[in-house]
Design a protein around this ligand. Structure first.
Ligand code: ADP
Length: 663
């Protein structure tokens, strides 16, 4: 086995690979960018080297420097993880030329699958079923339109160099074809530097079912069953599971065999995933092959009991596969939920910032968390905003799903917006429980997935009021260390008033509703007045944990205060309240405010000019940031007074884009 390997990646996958390397007694070398100086993967490694500034092109994509560092550190192999250089043919070649083993398939196999259309051609020859479509060289618009017509609408236009759900356009009718082709080509050119496209029949209710394959250098190949990744948003996976629900043994074997056939057709070695669309009638079609470890590989590990990274290292070391097909079997059911820093209420805009408070479910044989961040860490604009992968296992699907719900409820993040609530809604959704799965799942159940937030009631207000009082008491005890600028201390009247009471107003940050409370001090408890009702409340505060007695009902709550806001986690729900008191005015959101870039990016298109009158919610311009397009919309009806950027411009985080006057 290799004595030492370099991991050419960051975040959760770098940490994940190191875990297995450590278990196998293999030393690890990490690389990092300036933004990742204090990152977990750097701390976990036996040694770590700085690459350069934060942007990936100056750090994690610096192929020559990475090979240089591998040589300097004595690493005999490089694991590329996923993303970054993992599917870069030149990098794989350069590794081999420098006598460093690339832990992945031969460069020729990466190359063969690199273009979606070339891959299809190879698969067609190997008798792997394809979605009806055109994947030839002719890129003439009229010709492509004729092909689309022959395939039959709806069709899907795909960038041949595409990935990550980008560069795809669904076209419902001939009259929209030309426009969709132009915009798809534009996105393909800017994202992948290649504007070639292919056209496929758009299946309206398919499932995304993929097969994990493994091959060694001795001609052996096996599959490790399937994963269902149908729950997607913008063609990106959100929750994955294994095995796929309602899969017959016969279909499983057939898809597995075809996947092995696909791998053999390109002389594959190592871990790979063959992605299929599975149609309602049970027919399945090759979509593409990912020539690397997938993000969702843990669900396969959970149901097979195999460590796929260990398999990768063994195969790269020239060993035979650890198992034959007959030795592999499925045990139980596993789910993976991708926990992202993003704001579901703002069309899943990626969020950045510091993980001020982070509490994860306890890991066990049922719950696994793959992450690259810890409390106090940061999600920056430079990389994928994934916080963690939450993986659960149990003996059957229902039990595993209950585990997933339980674990999601235990997850607490304060400091940036996350999709945790959305994931919880998904895991509790009736359709999901019944496995009514296809790639339009989220669209179909949209109404129930974005339900209204729970309302703030006396439980929440009692927790908030009691916390505020006890916190104040603690602060007084420790007044020497108290922060003189803290809003908790800057308010007059914290001393008991003559009639022993204190007024506090809480504002629910979701509904903007104000709640007035009056706290009366009693000997061994507080009386909290809410809406002319009185509640007898007492409790103990232990850091973030409040054990509260509300009129004899006892329960626990977690409270984290940050920037004048209280984040309250209470009985599987969470709330954000701000505290409003005399002399402490909260800033109102200003509809006249000029519209700014939520993060650094590029302006893709501008839809308005100075002087235009616009309706609330109307699109003003589109920018691209963190690999996604974001539409900047009018906050209210009004007039655009100035547009400060044009198409193609680079903008900084917070840059004013459009000035606007609300009517
Ligand atoms: P990417 O490489 O960008 O991930 P894929 O080709 O893997 O793109 O497709 C991503 C997703 O797009 C699939 O999982 C599926 O939901 C959807 N998709 C792709 N091709 C089709 C098709 N022909 N019909 C319907 N949906 C499709």
């Amino acid at each position: 086995m290799f004595e030492k390997i370099l991991i050419a990646n960051r975040g959760e996958i770098a940490c994940r690979i190191m875990k297995t390397a450590k278990k196998m007694g293999v030393q690890t070398v990490a690389i990092y960018s300036e933004a990742d100086r204090d990152a977990l993967h750097v701390k976990m490694a036996d040694e770590a080297f700085l690459l350069g500034p934060a942007p990936a092109k100056d750090s994690y994509l610096k192929a020559d420097l990475i090979i240089e560092l591998a040589k300097r550190s004595g690493a005999k192999a490089i694991h590329p993880g996923y993303g970054f250089l993992s599917e870069n043919t030149n990098f794989a070649n350069d590794c081999e030329q420098n006598n460093i083993k690339f832990i992945g398939p031969p460069a020729s196999a990466i190359d063969a699958m690199g273009s979606k259309s070339a891959a299809k051609e190879i698969m067609e020859k190997a008798n792997v079923p394809l979605v009806p479509g055109y994947h030839g060289d002719n890129q003439d618009a009229d010709y492509l339109s004729t092909q689309a017509f022959a395939i039959g609408y709806p069709v899907l236009i795909k960038a041949t160099a595409g990935g990550g759900g980008k560069g795809m356009r669904i076209v419902e009718d001939k009259k929209y074809f030309d426009e969709a082709l132009t915009s798809c080509k534009r996105e393909a050119l800017s994202s992948f530097g290649d504007d070639r496209v292919l056209i496929e029949k758009y299946l309206t209710k398919p499932r995304h079912v993929e097969i994990q394959v493994f091959a060694d250098s001795h001609g052996n190949a096996v599959h490790l069953f399937e994963r269902d990744c149908s729950v997607q948003r913008r063609h990106q996976k959100v929750i994955e599971e294994a095995p796929a629900p309602n899969m017959s043994e016969e279909l499983r074997n057939k898809m597995g065999e075809v996947a092995i056939q696909a791998a053999k057709a390109i002389g594959y070695e190592g871990a790979g995933t063959v992605e299929f669309l599975l149609d309602e009638d049970g027919s399945f079609y090759f979509m593409e092959m990912n020539t690397r470890l997938q993000v969702e590989h843990p669900v396969t590990e959970m149901i097979t009991g195999q460590d796929l990274v260990e398999w990768q290292l063994r195969v790269a070391n020239g060993e035979t596969l650890p198992c034959e097909q007959a030795q592999l079997s499925i045990n139980g059911h596993a789910f993976e939920a991708r926990v992202y820093a993003e704001d579901p209420d703002q069309d899943f805009l990626p969020a950045t910032g510091m993980l001020h408070h982070l509490k994860t479910p306890d890991p066990s044989s049922h719950v696994r968390i793959d992450t690259g961040v810890t409390e106090g860490g940061e999600v920056s604009v430079h990389y994928d905003p994934m916080i963690a992968k939450l993986i659960v296992w149990d003996t059957d699907r229902n039990k595993a799903l209950a585990r997933l719900r339980g674990a999601l409820h235990q997850y607490q993040v304060v400091g940036l917006k996350t999709n945790l609530k959305f994931l919880s809604q998904l895991a509790g959704n009736e359709g999901f429980i019944e496995a009514d799965l296809d790639t339009n799942f989220i669209k179909r159940y949209e109404n129930s997935l974005f339900t209204a937030r729970p309302s703030v009631d006396e439980r929440v207000l009692s927790v908030a009021a009691l916390y505020t009082m006890l916190q104040q008491k603690n602060n007084e005890h420790a007044s020497d260390q108290a922060d003189p600028f803290s809003p908790w201390d800057s308010v007059n009247g914290w001393r008991l008033n003559e009639d022993n009471h204190h007024d506090i107003t809480f504002v629910d940050q979701h509904s903007d509703t104000e709640f007035n409370t009056t706290v009366h001090f009693r000997n061994d408890h507080f009386l909290i007045e809410i809406d002319d009702q009185e509640f007898k409340v007492s409790g103990e505060l232990n850091e973030h944990n409040l054990y509260i007695d509300l009129e004899g009902a006892k329960f626990n709550a977690t409270i984290v205060s940050q920037d004048e806001e209280l984040h309250i986690f209470l009985q599987q729900q969470d709330f954000v309240l701000s505290v409003k008191q005399e002399g402490l005015e909260l800033l109102d959101s200003d509809a006249n405010a000029n519209l700014t870039a939520p993060m650094p990016g590029t302006i893709v298109s501008v839809a308005v000019s100075a002087g235009d009158t616009v309706e609330a919610g109307q699109a003003l311009l589109v920018m691209e940031a963190m690999k996604m397009e974001h539409t900047i919309k009018a906050p209210a009806k009004g007039v655009v007074t100035e547009v400060l950027y044009s198409e193609g411009d680079l903008v900084e985080d917070g840059a004013e884009l459009v000035s606007f006057e609300a009517e």
